[in-house]
Write a new protein. Structure first.
Length: 243
């Protein structure tokens, strides 16, 4: 009997997370779609994933809540077995100049975008190792974590931290055939990108357009494949040529 391969996608309600969940479901994985709370958007992603004929599951918890995240994931692993893959995608922005940034906006972004990585991945790593089979972890960072963006000191810090965490974890897990890579999208047409941001950023993008969530999802889907087994500790940008 062929083993069913489960992949968790955090922040799967919309945007890149939703596109990734549907792409992986189409590719035959049992996707586990996650949202911070039950919502119609999350339900829609789940139902669309079901249409591909796998065995999708749905989880809802706040990635900032370490205890709840761990308990929810441990319960799911106990019921369904260890995961093959994780896509760490959940994230938020709270933009503003650093000098005027409320401490709450700093803490909320760091807690969600960076601490959420620990809260989700750490409970899942040892079960993945104990599978004694290859695995995949993909962390969704951002161009902001590479070059830094005005008004995004908190977001840039969190996304840069994810890159460092992914690279270090890749070294720890390499001998286990579990790859860890970061994907760094540029200007992607999601609900987080305003017309003001587009107008400011497009002149700097050689392709003169925004990317689509599906274009990022396609890269993540490739990194999940067996053929990507020798790619680890990398940061791959999807940015239309932005430098």
């Amino acid at each position: 009997m062929t083993e069913r391969l489960s992949v968790l996608i955090t922040g799967a309600s919309r945007g890149i997370g939703r596109a990734t969940a549907l792409t992986l479901a189409r590719d035959g994985y049992d996707v586990v779609v996650h949202g911070s709370r039950p919502s119609q958007d999350l339900q829609n992603t789940f139902e669309e994933a079901c249409a591909f004929g796998g065995r999708p599951r749905m989880l809802a918890f706040d990635v900032r809540d370490r205890q709840t995240a761990a308990q929810t994931l441990e319960n799911d692993i106990a019921a369904h077995g260890a995961y093959y893959g994780i896509v760490v995608n959940a994230g938020i922005t709270a933009d503003g100049t650093f000098a005027a940034m409320p401490s709450e906006d700093w803490e909320r972004v760091i807690d969600t975008d960076l601490n959420g990585f620990f809260n989700v991945v750490q409970p899942m790593v040892m079960p993945m190792v104990r599978r004694r089979k290859p695995g995949r972890i993909v962390v969704v960072s951002s161009v902001s974590g590479i070059v830094g963006n005005r008004g995004q000191v908190n977001y840039s810090a969190a996304k840069a931290g994810l890159i460092g965490a992914a690279k270090a974890l890749a070294v720890e897990l390499a001998s286990r055939a579990i790859t860890v890579n970061a994907v760094a999208p540029g200007l992607i047409d999601t609900g987080m990108v305003t017309e003001e941001i587009k107008a400011h950023a497009l002149p700097a993008i050689p392709m003169r357009r925004t990317g689509t969530p599906q274009e990022v999802a396609a890269l993540i889907a490739f990194l999940m494949k067996p053929e990507a087994g020798y790619i680890t500790r990398q940061v791959i940008q999807v940015n239309g040529g932005l430098s």
